[in-house]
Write a protein that binds this ligand. Structure first.
Ligand SMILES: Cc1ncc(COP(=O)(O)O)c(C=O)c1O
Length: 468
């Protein structure tokens, strides 16, 4: 059994020193970067310690850094690259399009929008869709729509749920160790209290709490936004019972159910994950995988709700503007990718599931051999196939159920420093890049890659053990 608390400061310092020697070109770029970019970059998650590998090329399961290391990547474009980095089916079609003079922004309506929307509606069962450029904007518009449609103020979200940096998504994201705070904190300065007070935090996979909260505030709740497979909150699937409860209470109290499928969409089959649970939300948001490596996201769902953004309703909800929305190159990538996933589904998804299972067994075993309990989140749903996306968690108790961010992100229950900072840097020294302890597989990963991951985890486990 792992026993708390563990102090990894000495090990981390050593790892950081080793990494500074391992990647001098990335180190030099980090120094330059800090003079012009806050913290040396534009996305906090990419800025791993002591400095991130600066990537020069990427193909399939691999990335190459400025120091020439070939690195096996399990981050895969923030979990977007289901077919690996730069899949030929997208890169070739974009190259052709640019050659033919149709790739950069035109600012006009085109055929591509129609064709891409048709595919997305067909694969997700949505009546209507509108495109935007990021998942954060999609979830923001979905919440705006729900508040306008219901005429209510309150927004319910899950503790640990990340819906992008948008006003209603910036509460209850990070776990606070302050007495009793948990996920009740507002995660940013600058928002009015009137807005953050509207956000109610609930616990993922806890139907009793959900029912109680709806009994208390149900007639004031505009929407419940939830991921069918929670991402940043620990890569944990929802139980079927929980999603059905979410559907029941929102219907009963007249609230809008929003499934944020920015991570889960197209991960488990060629469509929305809600369908696998047999639960249809009122609105769903998509991004990441659907874009095929390009920046595109969408709000999809019921025609009577989405009509609020249209002329018929006087454009009551301003889901409008967006210079780069429905960008031709993005839609071409999205259309091509979704079609590829649809036509190749019978090969893609069983392969990913099988590899996912193998990966989870491999890494858990590698740590177990050194007496370190490591468990993969992401598996064990009563509905979803074995997952090709999971985190690696080091629980302090063997019987801990990894069913919620309240567990997986709680440093009193799991060794979060080992699962995040230590593992990421220690594996980078083995030329493997992971995120949340593990990450996402793509069709470009092979069983040989997983064996390599297993060998690297064995080395890391020895190093961790020697420093405990
Ligand atoms: C579930 C979920 N929703 C929304 C977002 C925001 O998407 P984007 O980063 O494209 O704004 C993310 C990003 O990671 C996400 O995981």
């Amino acid at each position: 059994m792992n026993s708390p608390p563990r102090d990894h400061t000495r090990l981390l310092n050593r790892l950081y020193e080793d990494y500074s020697r391992h990647a001098p070109a990335s180190a030099a770029l980090a120094d330059r970067a800090k003079k012009v970019l806050v913290d040396g970059g534009s996305h906090a998650l990419r800025l791993s310690g002591p400095f991130p590998p600066r990537i020069a090329a990427a193909q399939g399961a691999w990335i190459r850094d400025e120091d020439g290391h070939q690195i096996l990547d399990f981050w895969q474009g923030h979990f977007a690259n289901l077919l690996g980095h730069n899949p030929p089916c997208v890169s070739s079609i974009l190259t052709e399009a640019f050659k033919d003079g149709y790739g950069l922004l035109t600012g006009f309506a085109d055929r591509l929008q129609v064709e891409t929307a048709e595919i997305l509606c067909r694969l997700t069962g949505a009546d209507r869709v509108r495109f935007t450029t990021s998942g954060a904007l999609a979830t923001m518009y979905a919440v705006l729509l729900a508040r306008a449609f219901t005429g209510r103020q309150r927004v319910m979200k899950v503790g640990g749920g990340w819906h992008g940096a948008q006003p209603w998504g910036l509460k209850g994201v990070g776990f606070s160790t302050e007495e009793g705070a948990g996920f009740q904190r507002v995660d940013t300065a600058g928002l009015p209290h009137t807005l953050t007070d509207e956000v109610i935090i609930t616990r993922f996979n806890d139907s009793d709490t959900l029912h109680n909260q709806f009994r208390q505030f149900g007639d004031r709740i505009a929407c419940f936004i939830v991921e069918p497979f929670i991402g940043a909150g620990g890569l944990v699937p929802a139980t079927s019972e929980y999603l059905h409860a979410a559907r029941d209470v929102t219907q009963r109290y007249g609230g809008v159910l929003i499934f944020d499928e920015v991570i889960s969409g197209f991960r488990f089959h060629a469509g929305d994950t809600g369908a696998l649970y047999g639960v249809k939300p009122d609105l769903a948001t998509f991004g990441k995988i659907m874009g095929g490596g390009m920046p595109v996201a969408a709000v999809a769902g019921r025609a009577d709700i989405l009509r609020l953004i249209g002329r018929e309703s006087g454009c009551e909800v301003k889901f409008s503007g967006g210079t780069h929305s429905a960008h031709p190159a993005s839609l071409l990538a999205a259309k091509t990718y979704m079609r590829h996933l649809e036509t190749q589904a019978s090969q893609i998804y069983p392969y990913l599931s099988e590899l996912g299972q193998r990966t989870q067994q491999t890494v858990e075993t590698a740590f177990a051999e050194q007496g370190i309990v490591a468990r993969c989140s992401g598996c064990g749903s009563d509905v979803l196939p074995p997952s090709s996306i999971s985190g690696l968690v080091f629980p302090y108790r063997d019987d801990l159920r990894l069913d919620s961010p309240d567990v997986v992100r709680n440093p009193a229950l799991v060794d979060t420093v080992l699962g995040e900072e230590v593992l990421r840097c220690a594996l980078l020294l083995e030329d493997i890049h992971v995120f949340h302890g593990l990450g996402a597989l793509s069709t470009a990963h092979t069983t040989k890659d997983i064996d390599r991951l297993g060998d690297a985890c064995r080395k890391v486990a020895e190093r961790v053990k020697a420093n405990l």
